[in-house]
Design a protein around this ligand. Structure first.
Ligand code: ATR
Length: 272
């Protein structure tokens, strides 16, 4: 039986084992999926031992996504653009492929919730790893443009410059947003975990069709409530679907079978 695990520290509360067991049941695949928690400076030893023991693949979460990026023998274009790896796959020839399925997980969840992204002008709030991982997948899904707004403006500019795609990817601080309407606003910061809000103008929601928060809670997040206060017609969603979506993409890479995410989102939400 093929064996997999999720690496992180801490990892005790990870939902990945549950999600993958639900995928396996749904698609009738016989797999084992566990948890691994190396010390913060011991990822390399742990992942070498893991593959030497005959495991087939791993999911990788905080704080090891950069370690996994460096460990992989080969990287997919989206992992290169993200500069982070959340999925490792030991191929039949013995080499380890590093992929990043976070952005595709987001795109699939947005499509599931509200349809295609064609021509949509997207605002991303935050300029950290979570933002970097979704830019290329959003553009690949035909978004018109991506604007990155960050509390620390210089980080948004640096990230936009890195992509070097002209008006397709731009950056600013919160106070000097460009005069443009956004069709979709995505909170890529973890502000909602503490019930906080990014200190950006609520005008960002004025003409938006959707507001999506990458974090999730048992109830609507502070960011989702805030969006609705300023635009009663706006549709809102949280990051549980992105979590299940990225797992589905990993499962697909490993098993060549694409599980349905909707029933798994529902099952996991019931346990929040
Ligand atoms: P991740 O990998 O999850 O994206 P990160 O690389 O630490 O984490 O980046 C976190 C991002 O969220 C940063 O852009 C941070 O803004 P700064 O660059 O100004 O620090 C942003 N962020 C986190 N909490 C925030 C808050 N309460 N309000 C606004 N921005 C916040």
């Amino acid at each position: 039986m093929d064996r997999y695990a999720v690496f992180g520290n801490p990892i005790e509360h990870s939902k990945s084992p549950l999600i993958h067991s639900l995928f396996a049941e749904q698609t009738q695949q016989a797999i084992e999926y566990g948890r691994q928690q190396p010390a913060n400076d011991r990822f390399n030893e742990a992942i070498h031992a893991f593959f030497a023991e005959g495991y087939t693949g791993a999911n990788v979460t905080s704080p090891f996504k950069l370690d996994a990026f460096r460990f992989a023998d080969e990287l997919t274009p989206r992992a290169k653009a993200a500069e982070a790896v959340n999925t490792l796959y030991k191929r039949p020839d013995g080499t380890v492929l590093g992929d990043n399925t976070d952005g595709e997980g987001l795109v699939r969840d947005l499509q599931r919730l509200w349809g295609g992204l064609d021509g949509k002008r997207i605002l991303l709030i935050g300029a950290g790893g979570a933002t970097r991982g979704v830019i290329l997948p959003l553009l690949t899904a035909k978004a018109h443009s991506v604007h990155i707004a960050n509390r620390t403006a210089a980080k948004a500019h640096a990230l936009a410059d890195k992509f070097d795609m002209g008006n397709k990817v731009t950056g600013s601080g919160f106070k000097d947003l460009p005069a443009m309407d956004f069709d979709g606003v995505i909170n890529c910061t973890s502000s909602s975990l503490n019930g906080d809000l990014p200190e950006i103008s609520s005008d960002i929601f004025a003409n938006a069709v959707f507001a999506y928060d990458m974090t999730y809670k048992a109830q609507q997040t502070s960011f989702m409530c805030w969006a609705q206060e300023h635009n009663s017609a706006i549709k809102v969603g949280d990051g549980l679907g992105m979590l299940v979506g990225q797992a589905a993409e990993s499962f697909y890479l490993w098993r060549n079978v694409r599980p349905k995410i909707e029933p798994v989102i529902q099952a996991v939400r019931e346990l929040l």
